[in-house]
Design a protein around this ligand. Sequence first.
Ligand SMILES: NC(=O)c1ccc[n+]([C@@H]2O[C@H](COP(=O)([O-])OP(=O)(O)OC[C@H]3O[C@@H](n4cnc5c(N)ncnc54)[C@H](OP(=O)(O)O)[C@@H]3O)[C@@H](O)[C@H]2O)c1
Length: 396
Amino acid sequence: MSLCFSSNGFSFQTFKTQLPITQIQHKSTLFTSALNYPIKLITKETRASSSSSFRSKTPQQVNVLVVGSTGYIGKFVIKELVSRGFKVIAVAREKSGITGKSNKEETLEQFKGANVCFSDVTNIDSLQTSLESYGSKIDVVVSCLASRSGGVKDSWKIDYEATRNSLVAGRNHGASHFVLLSAICVQKPLLEFQRAKLKFEAELMKEAVVDTALTYSIVRPTAFFKSLAGQVDLVKDGKPYVMFGDGKLCACKPISEQDLASFITDCVLSEDKINQVLPIGGPGKALTPLEQGEMLFRLVGKEPKFLKVPIGIMDFAIGVLDFVVKIFPSVEDAAEFGKIGRYYAAESMLVLDHETGEYNAEKTPSYGKDTLEDFFRRVLREGMEGQELGKQQFFK
Ligand SMILES: NC(=O)c1ccc[n+]([C@@H]2O[C@H](COP(=O)([O-])OP(=O)(O)OC[C@H]3O[C@@H](n4cnc5c(N)ncnc54)[C@H](OP(=O)(O)O)[C@@H]3O)[C@@H](O)[C@H]2O)c1
C-alpha cells in the first residue's frame, strides 16, 4: 500500500471513493504488464475532463506531480513550485538521496508545504495506487528522474521506463502537460542514458501529436555547477587542475540548481514553452575547462598550474574495456562509465549547430543570475555540501 503525506499531516484515501468513474472503469485493464503497456491510455471522457484549462487557473489551483523530487535539481524544483504557490505532490522513495541516506521523516521535513507520496516510480501499479490515494486530479507532471549510476540497465529503467510510467500514471489522473528535465547532450547521443532519454522524448512528442490534449516542455540544460566543482578542493590544496587536451576541447554555460528549477517551474504555466525542446544554460559566456581552472586559481590566489592529459589515454582505456565486455558482459557498466568520462572530456554542453556540425555558444540560451564564479567562491568558503556527485562521478 502506498501512502501520501501532506505538510498538514497524514492523509490516505481509498481509490474507489476518490477517482472519477471513467478512471475506475479502466483500472483493471490498463496495467497488466509493467513494460509492455500502451502509452495511450486515456479515454475520451477522461481527456475531456483533463483539458489544458489549468493554464487559466492560479498556481494555488494547479496540482503538480513531481517525480525525481529528491534529486539535485528535483529538490529545488519542489522548493520553487511551493514558493510560487502550486499544489505540489512530490513522489519519493522511502529511502532517498545518494546511497538512500534520507529517511521518510527527513524527506517530509525537507518538503514542507508539499504533499509527499512514498511510492515506486519503477512500478506502474505502485505509482498508480499512490496517485489514487492522493485523491485529486493531477494537472501537470514534472519529471526530474535520472539514473543515479548512469549504468546501462539502470538508465533504461529510470530515464526511459520510470519516466514513461510517470507520464502514463499522470495522464490517467488527468495530467495534460508534461515537463521533462532532459539534458543538452542528447543532441549527440553516444551513451545509453542519452539514448534512453531520447526514446522517451520521442514518445512524448509523438503522443502530443496524436493526442492534442497533451502538451510538453522538454528542458535540456547544459552543465550543472556540481559537475564542475570536482577540482575545487584539489586546487585549494595546491594541486594542479587536470584537463584533457589543451583544455579547450569542451565548453559549457553552467547553470545553478536554483536558476534551472526556476526555469522548469516557468514551464508549468508558460504558454510560450508549450511543445518545445528548450536548451538552456546559465548567464554569461561559455567557459572551457582551461577558463574554469584559471578562474579557480585566481579565486584561491595561486599561480595557475595545469596537468594536461591526452584524450587518447581515454580512447585506449575504452578500447580495452570494450574488448573485455565482449568476454565478460558483467563489466558493461564499467565500459559505459569510461565512455561517459570520454564524452564529457571532449564534447561541449552547448547547442549543436546541425548546419555546421559545431557547438555554438551564441545559440545556447542563457537564463538566471547565478554565476560559476560566485558558486566557486561559495564552495571555497563553505565546502561541497549539497553538491555531492554520488555514483555519477564522471558526469555529474
Ligand atoms: N549533471 C549535469 O551537469 C547535467 C547537465 C544537464 C542535464 N543533466 C540531467 O539532469 C537530470 C537530473 O539530474 P540530477 O543531478 O538532479 O539527478 P539526481 O540528483 O541523480 O536525482 C535523480 C532522481 O531520480 C530518482 N531515482 C533514481 N533512481 C531511482 C529509482 N530506482 N527509483 C526511484 N527513483 C529513482 C532519485 O531518487 P532517490 O533520491 O530516491 O535516489 C532522484 O530523485 C538528469 O537527467 C541528468 O542527465 C545533468
